[in-house]
Structure formats: C-alpha cells, structure tokens
Design a protein. Sequence first.
Length: 115
Amino acid sequence: MSMVRKPITPKPPRTREKVLVILREQCKQCKLCIEFCPKNVLCLTDIYNRKGYHPVTACDIDACVNCEFCERICPDMAIFLADREEAEKAYKEGALEEGTHIPEFERDSPEKEEK
C-alpha cells in the first residue's frame, strides 16, 4: 500500500444547463415558489404587474441548482426552467414577450450597469 497522497485538484465550476424564466404578468404573488425553493433563490419585487401583484424575481440566481421545485409548484405556470441556448438566442434576438424576465441574462446586461 502506497503512502503517497494524490494531489487535490479543484473541480471546474458547474454550469447550469437551464435558466430560470419568470413571466411577470402571470405571477399572482402566491409565494409558493419562494416558500419551496430549497436555496432561497427567489423573492418578491417592489414593482407591480398588470394584475396589481408584486411578481417574483431571483434574488440570488447563482444559488439556483435547477431543482425545478418552483416550476412544479407554481399554480399559474409563471416560472419555469428553459434550455440555456434556446433562451439566450431568444433574449439576444429580442424575441421574448413583454414581461418575460430571465434574471441570469439581465444581471449581465450593460443597460443595468449604466443606471
């Protein structure tokens, strides 16, 4: 038996294959997704949607593990996970409907930094 230790090499950073998509106009502020999120990724915004509710947003998107609890628990189907490549293509082309929020892409946009 060898007494030589293997070197500890860090694992490469994990990339999520899916991104969180929030349909703000469909959200009715039931808070089920917030309550059932195991990583406390979600919180309410301070803006109002057309129905007069505060829609949900991602407060800590880096903590998301793509468990899909939010997607499964939402009674209004206002939050779901989409394929990263497909969502990124739609985001860059501007093909998203009004009120569609992808926190992971919007956090990196230069428009947010200017304000």
